[in-house]
Design a protein around this ligand. Structure first.
Ligand code: AMP
Ligand code: FE
Ligand code: FE
Ligand code: ZN
Length: 283
C-alpha cells in the first residue's frame, strides 16, 4: 500500500515525523511520502523512523503556488533539498506566512473574536516550520469556538471567508521548473477539488505540462468521483502519472492514512523521473 501525500507537525499535521511513520507502518503502508507544506524540515527524522519501521520513504513537500489567479498545491517528490533556487522560494513562502497569519488574527479580533497572536503562538509549539491557518483554527478551538479545526474552517477560515488573507507564493509554472531543476518530480495535488478551493482550470494543464509537470493526484477525499475521473482522463491525454493519496494531517483532519493509494506502477514512474540525488529509501 502506497500513500504519497501526508503531513507532520513540521507543517500542519499533528504527529511528529517519527509518529507519522510509525502509524504508517502500523496500518500496513509499504511506502509513505512525507509532504509537509513548503518545508523539508521533517525529512531526517522520517528517514530514521522509516529505517526503524522497515517501510519505504519518499521524501517530498507540498508547495504553495498560484496560477491564473488561483492557489495551486504542488506535490514535489525526491528533489534535492539543497537546490538554491527551490530552497530560496520555499523559505520566502514560509517567512511570509507569519505576518499573513497575524493579519488574519487582527481581522478576527476586530470582529470581536477573543483571540490574540499569543494564542496562536501557543498552538505552534516547537519544531514547527510552517505556520498556517490550521494553527489559528487550533487557537479558536482552544477558546471553545468549535470542537474541531474542520468546523472552524467551514465557518470562518475557508478560502472565501472575509478573514482570508493571501500570502507570497510563486507561479506554478516557475515552481514546476524549479522542482525539475532540483531533480524532483512535480505532481498536482487535488487539482479539481472544487469543494475546497477554486479548482484548477483544465485549460491551464497544457501550460503546466509544457513546464514539466509529471503527474496528477486523482484519488483524494476532496475530489468527487467526477473530478477524479476528469483527473484520470487528463492524465491519459497528457501522459501524466496518476496518484491517489490520503493527505493525512493526524488529528487535524478527518483523512485517514491509506484511505486512497497509489499503484506500484505510478510509483515506479515517479522514481524513474527523479534524478536520484534524493533517492526513494527502501527498507
Ligand atoms: P494555509 O496554507 O495557511 O492557507 O492553510 C491551508 C491549510 O488548511 C491546508 O493545508 C489544509 O491542510 C488546511 N485545511 C483546509 N481546510 C481544512 C479543514 N476543513 N479542516 C482542517 N484543515 C483544513
Ligand atoms: Fe495542510
Ligand atoms: Fe493541499
Ligand atoms: Zn496536503
Amino acid at each position: 500500500m502506497i500513500d504519497l501525500h501526508t503531513h507532520s507537525s513540521r507543517s500542519d499535521g499533528t504527529d511528529t515525523p517519527a509518529q507519522l511513520v510509525a502509524q504508517a507502518a502500523e496500518v500496513g503502508l509499504t511506502t509513505l511520502a512525507l509532504t509537509d507544506h513548503d518545508t523539508t524540515a521533517g525529512w531526517d527524522e522520517a528517514v530514521e523512523a522509516a529505517r526503524q519501521h522497515g517501510i519505504a520513504l519518499v521524501r517530498g513537500a507540498e508547495l504553495s503556488t498560484r496560477h491564473a489567479g488561483g492557489s495551486i498545491h504542488l506535490l514535489a517528490y525526491l528533489f534535492d533539498p539543497a537546490h538554491d533556487g527551490l530552497r530560496a522560494e520555499m523559505d520566502a513562502v514560509v517567512h511570509d506566512r507569519l505576518p499573513r497569519l497575524q493579519r488574519i488574527v487582527e481581522r478576527l479580533a476586530e470582529d470581536g473574536f477573543e483571540i490574540t497572536w499569543a494564542d496562536v503562538e501557543a498552538q505552534l509549539g516547537t519544531g514547527r516550520r510552517t505556520p498556517s491557518r490550521p494553527h489559528i483554527a487550533d487557537a479558536l478551538v482552544a477558546k471553545g469556538y468549535a470542537q474541531h479545526r474542520d468546523e472552524i474552517f467551514r465557518r470562518w477560515l475557508h478560502h472565501g471567508s472575509r478573514y482570508y488573507v493571501p500570502y507570497y507564493s510563486i507561479d506554478t509554472v516557475t515552481a514546476i521548473g524549479l522542482v525539475r531543476a532540483a531533480g524532483g518530480v512535480p505532481v498536482l495535488a487535488h487539482p479539481f477539488a472544487s469543494r475546497r478551493q477554486r479548482a484548477v482550470a483544465a485549460e491551464s494543464l497544457p501550460e503546466l505540462v509544457e513546464a514539466g509537470l509529471a503527474g496528477i493526484e486523482a484519488e483524494h477525499r476532496d475530489q468527487n468521483p467526477e473530478e477524479q475521473a476528469l483527473a484520470r482522463r487528463l492524465a491519459t491525454e497528457h501522459d501524466l502519472v496518476v496518484t491517489g493519496s490520503s493527505d493525512f494531517h493526524g488529528d487535524g483532519k478527518l483523512n485517514r492514512l491509506g484511505e486512497y493509494t497509489t499503484s506500484p506502477e505510478s510509483l515506479e514512474r515517479i522514481e524513474a523521473l527523479a534524478s536520484g540525488v534524493t533517492p526513494l529509501l527502501r527498507p
